[in-house]
Design a binder for this molecule. Sequence first.
Ligand code: S3P
Length: 456
Amino acid sequence: MAVFKYYKAENDIGKLGAGVCNISCGGDKSVTHRAMMFAAMAEGESAIANPSRSLDCQASVSALERLGVKCSFDARANRLSLRSGGLKSLSAPRGFIDCANSGTTARLLMGLAAAAEGLSVFMTGDASLIRRPMGRVAAPLEAMGARIVLSSQNTLPAAVSGRRLRGIEFDNIYNSAQVKAALILAASGAAGRTVITERIPTRDHSELMAEQFGLELKKTALKGGGARVAVRGPQKAVPASIAVPNDPSSAAFYIALDALFQVVYGRRLKIKAESVLVNESRSGFYECLFDSGFDMIYTACSDGMVEKSCDLEVNFGGYAPPSPQIIDSPARVVSMIDEIPLAALALTFARGESYIGGLSELRFKETDRLAAVAAQLNKMGAKIKAGEDSLIIRGVKKLKGAAVDSGGDHRIAMTLIIAGILSGADFSVSGCECVAVSNPSFFEDLKKIGFVFHIA
Ligand code: S3P
């Protein structure tokens, strides 16, 4: 297990932020997973420019290769090519497909495999993934006619047998974008109409991506928010060329660091996160920063890709601590679902008490993130109380150094490293290698900003 070690004496904070530091945090993970899965459905060659190089997306590449999709990455062009014979060509590999730490790989792959008639796949994952709930995706796929056997706990390992599927009506009660994606993939291969209703809007990358691959779906807005997505199948996906903007969930760490650095040290790091995906269904954390008093600057915006992107910076907002927040709107929570640990850190520096509610899903992420964020940040002097499905965050003036542990969760690891840097003291984070699950360039980026640290 690798340990991130930071010593105050090696870091001259006063020297940082001399010039603008451009960070390209790599292609968006959610968009890349989807582009790959739809490419596997399409007969012919698809190309993905600027794909996420995360371990999670590599798990999807390996899984699709094992099903017979030919994948090749051109590092110079930063482009991934996938050649598939279409849904019917997917072939059963020997042994298990290992989805590693990636919930998105596991859930999307279930949708894809369910629609591939005659295919039988066995799926598993690492110690964290095999604890995560899979019944939420298996149940609707079974209702469509697939045969899926899960463990007695409704988790991986799973055996999925693709069948001739039929459309269903489905209520996305867990507000899960992964379940929606699995069902859109399956529905494209199913006979008849599938209707997915979501009362709270979840990230809409699958809908946008399906269209790029020539699939037709109809999305209607529901009164009071949410939407209904209807797919009439079977439809044939056609190959596509996709350009992926950079990942806002990775960019959030650098933006938060710059914002909070101002509060703690009274100076900016001048970080500019380049070509970041800008999508309302992913923007909750940035809105939370804005509501806390940090103005965001969006420049060099482009609609040229499937999704919009902009360069992102925090405006120099003075040195005021963030305003405390009450975040209890389900739509807001869903749009920042992966950034909740980081939001808890940001609000730790607020002047007063903050509350984030409706967080029951956080208990089922890579770790129990409610427990992890409270336990580890509190070791650094934060005052966070994890309730059943909420966080209460009492603002503190300063954090302190400590030896903390990521629990093998990439977003907890990055949150703790940012917290440690802001403590201005010696600290260490064990289990730091997992940052590559979503953000393989994280350590290089920290070096580029000017931090000195050791990984032992
Ligand atoms: C994701 C959806 C979210 C998110 C995950 C990625 C996706 O999970 O937490 O990191 O790509 O669809 P849920 O669908 O479980 O909310």
